[in-house]
Ligand binder design. Structure first.
Ligand SMILES: [Fe+2]
Length: 381
């Protein structure tokens, strides 16, 4: 039997196969009587979504759905979602899906009671204190992928539809009140999404582990997260119905997002603008750039990755870890280059400008300058 547990760190988590059947109890725990389920268009008609709506309806909680959510959710999706929330007199959100459904759902619950524009709450200094905390509605997160970890995050990524910039919107009360982490919901993911989202979790753990910021709790979580991905992502990829592997990947995803409070780094700083400009899959893009960033950071992270390699059972220290990443990518059929990912004629300068502005920059072990980041991007092209 795959693992089952109830956790209260970093929020209340109902973990285990089949636990989506507890959705009405989760609503009661969060104080939600009239939920709006927010997901993306692709998921809206799938059995995992309609089945969840059936459970809500059977419990007398209605079956309200909002699914006008783009792969990179923007403020227009948010405005429409808030309008649907108000029109239905809802009192909370079930954020359902991968990163886009979770992030937009969390934002609808956050913004439905606010009067200021969403960009006023960007994760800059103490801007979050501008929000009326009493007017924030509760949300329940139900992840259907294992990668983003947004289900345990206090922020959402929202794309500005005019400038195509991705902004992080933060408030402590954006953290879901309850998470249902049910690995059965991830079984139907296409193999390429299992691979890409899983490599996002790996990148979160790796960058948190390598970040020089002091956060020993995150350091430990990141290391075990790396191990869970190493042991389970290839299994989940080749045997999609393996619930043990799917369970451990769900844990790794939540661990990655918990750990990256310590910092992210150049993998995300470079991957974000590539994704924003060329619409590539976030986690897959991380995987494509990962080895180049390891080379770039080598002088600052070699000792640390020697330790990690020992724990992970990888021989050869840093070099062994580096080779392992290459082998993992190959095993998961990750494209070997940006060109193979479909980015055939990249605008290096636009990627550079995006990378240098990205908030992930701050956690990189080697300071990102225009000169060294230009060289890093050139090594990818
Ligand atoms: Fe990520």
């Amino acid at each position: 039997m795959s693992p089952t547990a109830n956790w209260s760190y970093p929020t209340a988590i109902r973990f285990g196969a089949g636990r989506i059947t507890e959705i009405s109890e989760a609503c009661a725990a969060a104080g939600i009587k009239n939920p709006l389920l927010v997901t993306d268009r692709g998921l809206a008609g799938l059995p995992i979504t309609t089945g969840t709506l059936d459970l809500l309806e059977a419990a007398g909680l209605g079956r309200a759905l909002f699914s006008d959510v783009d792969p990179n959710p923007n403020e227009q999706n948010l405005t429409a979602g808030v309008a649907a929330f108000k029109a239905g007199n809802h009192d909370g959100v079930i954020a359902f899906g991968g990163g886009s459904g979770l992030d937009l759902g969390k934002m609808v619950a956050f913004m439905a009671g606010q009067t200021r524009p969403v960009w006023d709450f960007e994760d800059v200094g103490d801007w979050w204190t501008r929000a009326d905390a009493e007017a924030i509605f509760p949300n329940i997160a139900v992840p259907t992928t294992a990668g983003t970890g947004s289900e345990v995050g206090r922020a959402s990524v929202l794309t500005n539809s005019q400038t195509h910039e991705k902004k992080i919107i933060f408030h402590p009360k954006v953290l879901p009140s309850v998470v249902i982490a049910d690995p059965e919901l991830t079984v139907g993911m296409p193999a390429a999404i299992t691979a890409g989202t899983g490599m996002d979790a790996f990148a979160h753990c790796l960058e948190a582990f390598c970040s020089p910021n002091y956060h020993p709790m995150s350091q430990g979580i990141a290391l075990e997260g790396l191990r869970l991905v190493k042991e389970n992502l290839p299994v989940a990829y080749t045997t999609p119905t393996d619930l043990d592997a799917r369970s451990h990947m769900m844990s790794a995803a939540m661990m990655g997002a918990t750990a990256f409070q310590k910092g992210l780094g150049a993998i995300h700083a470079v991957s974000h603008p590539i994704g924003a400009i060329y619409n590539t899959h976030h986690g897959t893009t991380n995987a494509v750039v990962m080895q180049a960033v390891l080379r770039f950071n080598r002088a600052a992270i070699e000792d640390r990755l020697n330790m990690a390699a020992n724990y992970l059972g990888i021989e050869g220290g840093f070099d062994g870890f580096y080779d392992f990443v290459g082998q993992l990518n190959t095993q998961l059929n990750i494209p070997e280059s940006l060109a193979a990912l479909g980015v055939t004629d990249p605008d290096a300068e636009a990627i550079l400008q995006g990378a240098l502005k990205d908030p992930s920059c701050g956690g990189n072990p080697i300071e990102l300058t225009a000169a060294n980041t230009r060289a890093l991007i050139a090594s990818l092209i």
